[in-house]
Design a protein around this ligand. Structure first.
Ligand SMILES: Cc1ncc(COP(=O)(O)O)c(C=O)c1O
Length: 394
């Protein structure tokens, strides 16, 4: 099949930038190993190529939410340490044990299921005990920790379980100085000390996500679990920009203008006519919509670089398309012209953070929601020979 050089839409994924981000993060946490979190299709960037690039740049671990995602990494031939943490009863425990995944256990039901699977598989499960140190989401409550630790120790004695990790997750690491940060760290240290006193010998203790990796060295322990920062996006503008942390956004979302037309003054634009042309003008049709992950909530606000200038979504974002007002002089833009919704930002284009602000959300949601209909095009795959990556450029 020949490729049409003019595409409807595509997400370019700069794997050289991803590798550089991993190296920058490792430099921030020099005494800890690094887990690249590749859940949710690597935050929308394409799980397998991103996982391979992260490993090539020195990540020692990969992390996913669901066991299916982790098994998908194994199916793609990716070895090494892979951890997954979001389990429901009846999950694929046996497949996980046989695939040598590290599985997270937050409660007695999960320990029972994984122990049974390990017995069936005839080999010990690699289990990481998760503590709820204050997030109030997944994880074992401190009051229930002694029971879980005792049962895990007993399973170790019986040869069905090896406790490889003790871990937790922050609630507010992206809010500098939030009192919960110190409180969670103190609880984590207590719960780890208790488990170790009871005879658990974890390979890794970990609590840091991207914001903690970037700003809280005291939280690094043995392993940091970085997601959004691997993809070059600052976890929170309050902490700093991507550039402040030496990170480069990995995804550039582009579409090709599908139609350019002159319309008279007073012309309604898109469903509901929430935008009406102020004078005779030129409209450009951008062929992506909320089915592609463009937030409808950014109607009237989302920024796009077209013909060298920032334009705003005119009227509503529809399922497959939206319109920009190119202005009275906009005829110079032609069908097929590039519309850049977001990218690293250094070629004049908006960033995912700009879209997050336009849609009252966070940049995490912008990149992870880009739909399956948008092809991911992976650039600088595999070889570490992109500009800046040669042996002399390291
Ligand atoms: C348990 C866990 N660890 C680490 C991460 C990575 O977080 P971030 O993308 O902020 O680095 C996530 C993502 O939400 C997570 O759920």
């Amino acid at each position: 099949m020949t490729q049409n050089p003019v595409f409807r839409a595509r997400a370019e994924i700069d794997l050289a930038a991803l590798r550089a981000n991993v190296r920058a993060l490792r430099a921030r946490a020099p005494r800890a190993a690094l887990m690249a979190v590749v859940k949710s299709d690597a935050y929308g960037h394409g799980m397998v190529p991103c996982a391979k690039a992260a490993l090539a740049a020195g990540a020692e671990w990969l992390g996913t939410a669901t066991p299916e995602e982790a098994l998908g990494l194994r199916a793609a031939g990716i070895g090494g340490r892979v951890m997954c943490w979001l389990w429901t009863p009846g999950g694929p425990w046996r497949e996980a044990v046989e695939a040598d995944l590290d599985v997270s256990v937050s409660g007695m039901w999960a320990l029972r299921e994984v122990t049974r699977a390990a017995e069936e598989a005839g080999r010990p499960a690699r289990v990481q005990l998760k503590a709820d140190t204050g997030l109030g989401r997944n994880g074992c409550q401190p009051a229930d920790w002694a029971e879980l630790v005792a049962a895990a120790r007993a399973a170790e004695e019986a040869g069905t379980v090896r406790v490889t990790g003790l871990w937790s997750h922050f609630a507010c690491a992206d809010e500098p100085g939030h009192p919960s940060i110190a409180a969670q760290l103190a609880v984590f240290k207590d719960l780890v000390a208790y488990a170790e006193k009871e005879g658990i010998e974890p390979e890794v203790r970990h609590i840091a996500n991207s914001p903690a990796t970037l700003t809280l060295p005291e939280s690094h322990f043995d392993l940091v679990r970085t997601g959004i920062a691997v993809y070059g996006i600052s976890p929170s503008p309050e902490l700093g920009t991507s550039a402040d942390f030496g990170l480069r956004p990995v995804m550039t979302l582009k579409a090709s203008v599908a139609l350019v037309k002159r319309v008279p003054a007073g012309h309604g634009v898109s469903y509901g006519h929430h935008y009406v042309t102020g004078g005779e003008t030129t409209l450009g049709l951008v062929p992506v919509g909320y089915a592609d992950g463009i937030p409808r909530h950014a109607s009237g606000r989302g920024p796009v670089l077209v013909g060298g200038e920032w334009r705003r979504v005119a009227g509503r974002v529809a399922m497959d398309q939206f319109v920009v007002d190119l202005g009275p002089e906009g005829d110079s833009v032609e069908e097929g012209a590039e519309a850049v919704l977001f990218g690293p930002g250094d070629r004049g284009e908006p960033t995912a953070q700009d879209w997050a602000e336009a849609a009252d959300t966070i940049a995490y949601e912008i990149v992870t929601r880009i739909g399956a209909r948008v092809p991911r095009v992976h650039l600088h795959e595999g070889d570490g020979t992109a500009p800046g990556e040669g042996p002399d450029d390291q």
